[in-house]
Design a protein around this ligand. Structure first.
Ligand code: BDR
Ligand code: CA
Length: 312
């Protein structure tokens, strides 16, 4: 199988951890780099956590670089209520990463990987999409080196950070706007589909039964994440958002999408960051986004379990 070269841009985060593990354990993807952004917690923590997540999985040869500390035009607000003070709440102590953070920043790493690759590279973003927007804004010469962008964020329905805005979209709507307007193929994986990826007791048992180090570590993460999702949203089977974005490329048969118009709200007083998805063509505007709609839930979890099984 020809593996798609990808860069994962993330803010770990419990579900970001599973996104990284799905990507690392998938034959369909070749992870060339990981970049961190301030989001669920501050950049120092997300950059550390990305390396923790790779290290637990036995991976130490993929460069991890730190990017933007906060959104383009706003003050960063974080999501400790869901992810804990360090972003990976659950384990009493996080293991030390087995490798160092890159001295290169995320923009330099993006440029180096895109330039060196023998074919266009996909970017999967699972946090506020600030790093990707900076890349697109500052390096138009590299656009043709990007195969496509897949992002967990937004929703066709209601939100989770505000009544109508999803967290990643709410944190940096200006970045979403830049990415959508770039003309590069863009897939939005919003709450409307990620709320289908529920960590039910049966799913959690399947993952823990894998029995390797990654599965053991994930057990405490899942416990914490399901508890905070229950407390905050009444969802004891926590929705594992971010790996659904990875599944778009790692297991494309599990996700169905529609090509429709999406515009992000930048000025609304109550609706900042809302992704206005025109499912019925009422605006008459050209489609500009592939919006993930439905998940083959069983096949998705099969892909996650298979990927985690291949890790340390
Ligand atoms: C998104 O926000 C974060 O808390 C999660 O990691 C996910 O990327 C869900 O709204
Ligand atoms: Ca995330």
């Amino acid at each position: 199988m020809h593996a798609i070269p990808v860069i994962i841009d993330c803010d770990p985060g419990h579900d970001d951890a599973f996104a990284l593990w799905l990507a690392l354990g998938s034959d369909a993807l070749d992870v060339r780099a990981v970049t961190a952004v301030g989001g669920n917690v501050d950049l120092a923590h997300t950059a550390n956590n990305a390396r923790v997540v790779l290290s637990v999985a036995g991976v130490s040869d993929i460069p991890v670089a730190a990017g933007a500390a906060g959104p383009l035009a706003r003050v960063l607000e974080t999501a400790e209520g869901i992810h804990g003070a360090n972003g990976l709440g659950g384990p009493a102590v996080l293991p030390e990463p087995t490798f160092a953070l890159e001295e290169r920043d995320a923009q330099t790493l993006f440029a180096d990987v895109l330039t060196a690759a023998e074919e266009p590279v996909a970017i999967i973003a699972t946090g506020p999409i600030t790093n990707v927007a900076i890349l697109l804004r500052d390096r138009p010469d590299l656009h043709e080196r990007i195969r496509e962008i897949v992002w967990m964020g937004g929703s066709t329905e209601r939100g989770n950070y505000t009544p109508y805005a999803e967290f990643n979209s709410w944190v940096d709507p200006e970045a979403v706007d830049i990415v959508v307007r770039s003309g590069i193929r863009f897939t939005m994986v919003g709450l409307n589909i990620t709320h289908q990826a529920l960590l039910t007791p049966a799913v959690r048992e399947r993952i823990v039964a894998i029995g390797n180090e990654t599965a053991r570590f994930s057990d405490e993460l899942m416990e914490f994440f399901c508890r905070t999702n229950d407390e905050m949203f009444g969802m004891p089977d926590g929705p594992l958002h971010d790996p659904v974005a990875v599944a778009v490329l790692a297991a494309p048969e599990t996700v169905t999408s529609r090509h429709v118009r999406m515009d992000v709200e930048l000025v609304g007083t109550e609706t900042r960051g809302v992704t206005s998805v025109d499912l019925h063509g009422v605006t008459g505007r050209e489609p500009n986004v592939h919006v993930a709609m439905d998940l083959d839930v069983d096949a998705f979890w099969d892909a996650v379990v298979a990927a985690v099984s291949r890790l340390a």
